[in-house]
Design a binder for this molecule. Structure first.
Ligand SMILES: Cc1ncc(COP(=O)(O)O)c(C=O)c1O
Length: 403
């Protein structure tokens, strides 16, 4: 999995340079933080020529107000478009801002959306409860069950929404089949590819229309910012951008600066996380205190064949159940010395969570069970630390908690 194709080399370079301007104020090497909410004009004639350029559809990147754009944020957008291989991208204040704005852009009263199960809880909630208030209906189908998907299609179906790999069971969506089913009914495909990153997956090469990210995770990579991305064709992104102009879920220039800095090392970080993830999964599969392991790089994972075909790395998230109950699982987490206990993932620091305790704490136990979130489940998002240290730490914690 570590072979570096020409294309992946290009991606490494794009993550460092795409979108930057070579000539900058004061000859600075990094793109500056343009911390300004307004952008002034020389005189009224300057305003007239700006308005004419806007009417013609090309202002040369110039904007007049921060809700309509920002030079630092624009570098993020161009870099993400280069990494995803799309015509354009738009940046948001969070992953949920990207997801909710994209859905609102393309759905109206009476429309229908099809979600796959095992998707991010807040996405499901946005579609099933908030969009429902505006007359949008939805169906949830099991991921990779294409008969169920085709049966769920109605004449009102406008959007297919999914994730890959999913949280917490790392299911890998067969993108070719999913996109083919969408084309038959003319639906737009929206894919949350947060767990994959553009290093491990290029969704548009499989036919996906719109790629979404919580850039809070791997793209930022350092637990110090919240951001979201939508990438796709000019036609789709300009419609989303219009929605952003009105609703205002914009990324601020300080976070854009941190995100640019994070993206520069994306290839290095994700490469190390791919290697650490595989080593950790292999270790856990042989551990007597572990019940089951989910990692797409393991041959016994349900979607291993799809992952091998579609992805160039299997990512840094490993989910597993310990041989013990809810309390023993909590004890295991308490014994860990390396990871921080948080609901997030994708950072240089390892992060671990017991989903039943954190992300699904307010969900009734029966519903949690129906969603497959069992009490003894652990989601471990490996960082870039030494994998020998990560494994030794987990081993001691399992011994202390389960024996
Ligand atoms: C797969 C996935 N999508 C979207 C989100 C939401 O992103 P954010 O927290 O940046 O709004 C998350 C966050 O946890 C996530 O894991």
């Amino acid at each position: 999995m570590d072979q570096v194709s020409g294309q992946r080399n290009n991606r490494l370079s794009a993550s460092v340079h795409a979108g930057e301007q070579r000539q900058r104020a004061y000859h600075s090497v990094v793109d500056p933080i343009v911390q300004s909410s307004n952008f002034a004009f020389e005189n009224t004639a300057d305003i007239v020529s700006f308005m004419e350029a806007r009417a013609a559809g090309d202002t040369g990147g110039r904007v007049e107000y921060g809700r309509y754009g920002n030079p630092t944020v624009r570098v993020v957008e161009e870099r993400m478009a280069a990494l995803e291989g799309t015509e354009d991208a738009v940046a948001f204040s969070s992953g949920m801002a990207a997801i909710s704005t994209a859905l609102l852009t393309f759905l109206k009263q009476g429309d229908h959306v099809i979600l796959t199960d095992d998707c991010y809880r807040r996405t499901r909630e946005f579609v099933l409860t908030i969009l429902a208030r505006f007359g949008v209906t939805a169906s949830v189908v099991p991921i990779n069950d294409f008969d169920a998907l085709r049966r769920a299609v109605t004449p009102a179906t406008r959007v297919f929404f999914s994730e890959t790999p999913t949280n917490p069971y790392l299911r890998v969506l067969d993108l070719a089949q999913w996109c083919a089913a969408a084309r038959v009914c003319g639906a737009i495909t929206m894919l949350d590819a947060t767990f994959a990153t553009p290093v491990n997956l290029r969704p548009t090469e499989w036919g996906v229309d719109l790629v979404l990210h919580s850039a809070t995770k791997y793209l930022g990579g350092h637990n110090d910012l919240l951001a979201g991305i939508a990438a796709g064709s000019t036609a789709l992104i300009s419609r989303i951008r219009d929605m952003v102009f009105t609703m205002g879920p914009i990324l601020d220039p300080q976070s854009a600066f941190l995100l640019l800095r994070g993206i520069k090392t994306l290839g290095l970080r994700v490469g190390q996380q791919n290697r650490n993830g595989q080593r950790l999964a292999d270790f856990l599969r042989g551990h007597p205190a572990v019940e089951q392991v989910w990692y797409p790089g393991c041959p016994d994972h349900q979607d291993h064949a799809t992952a091998q075909r579609q992805m160039s790395g299997f990512g840094g998230v490993v989910s597993f159940t310990v041989k013990g109950d809810f309390t023993a699982t909590s004890t295991f987490l308490d014994q860990l010395k390396i990871p921080y206990l948080t609901p997030s993932l994708g950072a240089v620091e390892s992060l671990a969570t017991q989903p039943a305790l954190m992300s699904y704490a307010n969900v009734a136990p029966e519903e949690r069970k129906a969603l497959g979130v069992v009490d003894n489940l652990v989601r471990y998002a490996v960082g870039i630390e030494d994998v020998g240290d990560i494994i030794a730490d987990i081993d001691q914690a399992l011994k202390a908690a389960v024996g």
